[in-house]
Design a protein around this ligand. Structure first.
Ligand SMILES: *[C@@H]1O[C@H](CO)[C@@H](O)[C@H](O)[C@H]1NC(C)=O
Ligand SMILES: *[C@@H]1O[C@H](CO)[C@@H](O)[C@H](O)[C@H]1NC(C)=O
Ligand SMILES: *[C@@H]1O[C@H](CO)[C@@H](O)[C@H](O)[C@H]1NC(C)=O
Length: 229
């Protein structure tokens, strides 16, 4: 009986990761579909692609790619096991997360004042939306001040972990595509393997596995101690 309880509690307390499951494409479309009486347009995948098209036309970006929902990114999202893991990774970047130097790179490219958002990254082609199992409070530098932001969802863009002004090519929209363009002038997304980068960030996934393993062992030991009292 005691063993059973220990197992039950460890499953409950040691097993929950911050990202456990993401919306399938059908679920995401149903979730973002306008509800009757809704006045404001949702900022969904379709809207992101329209913003990409507008930016490409306004600033003559030749290699702006179309974004597609990719439930296959769920396995990448699941690397976000704790709130400490809630950050850009080597093959995805988060929406509404610290852009670091990227904003300056972007301003330099467009020669204007417009905030860079991850959905404007020309070389991202994959997108997934995931709920968080808990709220993550993260201190973020905004206008030279640290602001404590609260996240309850993760919107991932893949398969690039980096962004710089060199990711933009100048030219008529859709003129720098390897697979041709769609009717909106966005480059048709090549297979993931052609777009993915494996730039290693400060934390490697190997290090992280050791870290999460050790935290799980600590968690299990704590539960064993409690039950043996
Ligand atoms: C995400 O959260 C919403 C609101 O709590 C819920 O309705 C939905 O079923 C969740 N979706 C997934 C895929 O977990
Ligand atoms: C951010 O705010 C939350 C709740 O308001 C608090 O629990 C958390 O400790 C704060 N985190 C930081 C880094 O200030
Ligand atoms: C895109 O433009 C760059 C720079 O001009 C060029 O080197 C590259 O070959 C072009 N790629 C395609 C697919 O047109």
């Amino acid at each position: 009986m005691r063993t059973l309880l220990v197992l039950l509690f460890s499953a409950l307390y040691c097993g929950t990761a911050v990202v456990e499951k993401c919306w399938t494409e059908e679920e995401y479309l149903a979730f973002t579909r306008p509800k009757p009486g809704q006045l404001l347009r949702q900022k969904d995948l379709e809207w992101y692609n329209e913003e990409r098209q507008l930016l490409a036309e306004k600033h003559q970006i030749a290699n702006m790619h179309e974004l597609k929902y990719d439930h296959g990114m769920e396995k990448d999202a699941k690397r976000i096991k704790t709130c400490e893991d809630f950050k850009h990774s080597y093959n995805f970047r988060l929406l509404d997360y610290d852009m670091g130097e990227s904003s300056f790179e972007y301003l330099e490219f467009i020669h204007g004042l417009q905030e860079f958002k991850e959905y404007l990254h020309p070389l991202q082609t994959g997108f997934i939306y995931c709920n968080l199992t808990t709220r993550c409070h993260i201190a973020m530098p905004i206008a030279a001040e640290m602001v404590n932001l609260s996240y309850f969802k993760a919107q991932l863009f893949g398969y690039r972990g980096t962004f710089s002004k060199f990711d933009f090519q100048r030219g008529p929209p859709g003129s720098n595509c390897t697979r041709g363009k769609n009717d909106k002038g966005l480059c048709i997304a090549p297979p993931r393997s052609e777009m993915e980068t494996f730039t290693k960030g400060p934390e490697t996934s190997a290090n992280k596995n050791i870290l999460s393993l050790s935290s799980r062992i600590t968690c299990l030991s704590a539960i064993f101690i409690i039950f043996n009292l």
